[in-house]
Design a protein around this ligand. Sequence first.
Ligand code: PLP
Length: 359
Amino acid sequence: MNIRFEKAPYTLKVKPEDSKLGFGKYFTDYMFLMNYDPEQGWHDARIVPYGPLSLDPSCTVFHYAQEMFEGLKAYRTADGNIQLFRPMKNIERMNNTNKRMCIPQVDPDDVLEAIKALVKVEKDWVPHSEGTSLYIRPFIFSTDCHLGVHPSKTYLFCIILSPVGSYYANGIAPVKIVVESEYVRAVRGGTGYAKVGGNYAASLIGQEKAEAMGYAQVLWLDGIEHKYIDEVGAMNVFFVIDNEVITPALDAGNILPGVTRDSCITWLKNNGYKVTERKLSIDEVLTAAKEGRLNEAFGSGTAAVISPIGELFDGVEHTIINNGEIGKVAQALYDNITGIQWGRVADTYGWVEPVCSAE
Ligand SMILES: *Cc1c(COP(=O)(O)O)cnc(C)c1O
């Protein structure tokens, strides 16, 4: 793919201090853009100065939300390399989401090339401190200008980059979560398995409710029986019961197939743990807890990698998990997966994708 580079005619931004990064607050100097129309397909790949996009108010994405996004990171290793973690898994998922949203397919090799090219241009933006990284946000949205309800003929593909701080700057703190009894995130046949903004818009109200009650995240139950566990916040979820690691299966189409989820399952199976992907009811979890058989619970996702759950509130009872501390399985996953991402642990799975040397 031919990527045109348009150099910024002005002085570049002053980079923030690593300690002030947070998540998604700062953006780098450049972004990647590429257009789609039926005649040319994806075309005009370019890296241009980061800045506002000008869109007609009738642009279909504002009205009917035909859009998708992805999220992955670039990591700086101690020996001076910049690397990605399983980017092809994100790109594969991108095309699965596109299919569900009637967005044209992208060429996986071209997308990987675009991500690498942009990260390479912005390599000085990959922060140095422990636990920091450069978050990569590819997204596609419809750009036709009219109010008819059907798939857009034209699209814009963007990639923006944001240096992000360590998720656990003050150590890994288990979170308190609450079961959502009213709203649902996904239903069979819906868009639960697709990474789309609409799923997030629909989940905000549950998250607001949880926060008002003093909880960090929502535990989502299935949309049909309101019985089986789906996800926690915008993360996949794992429960360890009688030393068996259980996570909801993907086959009903209401679970987002997390790259971190898949990496956890693979690592655990390779290290002798019993891992099961199946339906798991909230009752089974609460019963196991009462009988002292619930060992651990944790969420998984690119941002935090592993987020241990210290307390679960079902609206009646408060269940404290593993004394409110991070468990052995969660700690092993965290150490090994972040180890591979930052190059501290040997990558025996072929998960690391080098971008360039940091110098
Ligand atoms: C992105 C996402 C995840 C986690 O996926 P990763 O690839 O591990 O980052 C889980 N649930 C939802 C709803 C998501 O959007």
